[in-house]
Design a protein around this ligand. Sequence first.
Ligand SMILES: Nc1ncnc2c1ncn2[C@@H]1O[C@H](COP(=O)(O)OP(=O)(O)O)[C@@H](O)[C@H]1O
Ligand SMILES: O=C(O)[C@@H](CO)OP(=O)(O)O
Length: 448
Amino acid sequence: MTDSTPTREQAIQIWQAGVDAVASDRLVRNAVRVEGQTLRVLDERFEPGDWDRLVVVGAGKAGAGMASGVAEAVADSDWAKKLTGWVNVPADCVRPVPGFTLHAGRPAGVNEPRPEGVEGTRRILELVRGCGPRDLCLVLLSGGGSALLVAPTGGVTLADKLAVTKLLASRGADITELNTVRKRLSAVKGGGLARTSGARRTICLAISDVIGDPLDVIASGPTVADESEGPAALNVLQNYCSNRTELPPAVWAAVERGSHTGGVPDSVRTEVIGSNAVAGAAALAMAAKLGFVQMSDGSAVAGVAREEGARLIELARANADTVVDLPLCIASGGEPTVALSDAPGKGGRNQELALAALDAVWDAPDGLNGAVILSGGTDGEDGPTDAAGAVADDAVIARGKALGLHPRPYLDRNDAYPFFEATGGLLKTGPTHTNVMDLRIVLVPAGG
Ligand SMILES: Nc1ncnc2c1ncn2[C@@H]1O[C@H](COP(=O)(O)OP(=O)(O)O)[C@@H](O)[C@H]1O
Ligand SMILES: O=C(O)[C@@H](CO)OP(=O)(O)O
């Protein structure tokens, strides 16, 4: 190995540059500006004399940053006096933002619907229902919004919703499947928020954490009509449940009714203002600055985390001899799934993916041969843990071997966190206040 051998610090710096490029306050500042006293939202202009109130609601892991973006944009203008804001965020994201209530809709690290989310959603629906023809409503959405905007309907309880969410997630259902079901059980998802809003104009700004940026799936599309076919939700339940008794009868009943909840009014518009592709491009720009040859693996990688880890090792190997003088950086974005074992340990998809990469090279004499693989959730939260993901390098292998560990048993019980805790591979950032799925950085030394 030479001085040009990549380091884990470089991998972290490159990953962080990707996350910084989708800082949610900055994305909102690009979309919302005050020029003179004119409020500009995207390409639309609003004069303060025409509007009584600016009502801003929202939910998601990026909620605090998005709220700050609006507060900063309108500060020192007439719009600041018109602003009433309420955004549901994870408990560790709550902070003071002028004009806003940031409401803890769930505890940190538990991406599940909770009573405090139900209460926060009641307040949001009350606010938008109270809007009138002289009110402008902005909706700030980001991933994690589904668990933070909770309004069970049709005889379904919060406990029922929790049961179905947990079951589908643990069996590896993807986010489209999960949200197809969630929309049928909710008064706020699938356009419910938009239908409740009495505002003359409602504009939703969304940061996408879903492959392909589908508006109706991000945070379960509270401002977008549910376009899924009548039986789509039922098909998902039937695919993942071997037996009807696995889910509460009220869930089956609501989904079997199978009716669409309806469209959304023409006064409602939804636009994506940030996505994984932006983060991947910024990461590669940083890699170029650090002297790496760049390669994009795209921003739509799905698949199974365990297989993805092994695939990235193959991709690194396949490209190792193409880089002669300079090291290579591969940026890979998207969101793989994990099918959990019956008694899962502690981990997340990114930690599992990095562990699978280690498993693929564990018994090879050269280990990673100087390569570094980082996999991290851009939201700073990987599964129900306090880590954003993990970094795998030869130092982690050396520590693991010295401790007599092997990745395989940890993988088999979805227990990547203790493995990386013991070997020094955890990536911990705390909440990043943004969320554009996962970003993986693979660094390959020059000279193969
Ligand atoms: N022990 C574990 N090992 C690996 N993955 C896990 C584990 N526990 C939960 N997960 C996965 O974590 C995901 C949920 O994590 P979270 O960060 O809340 O998701 P998202 O980033 O989609 O909001 C689910 O896909 C679930 O399968
Ligand atoms: O809220 C949601 O529905 C999803 C997708 O936007 O986000 P997350 O996977 O972070 O829960």
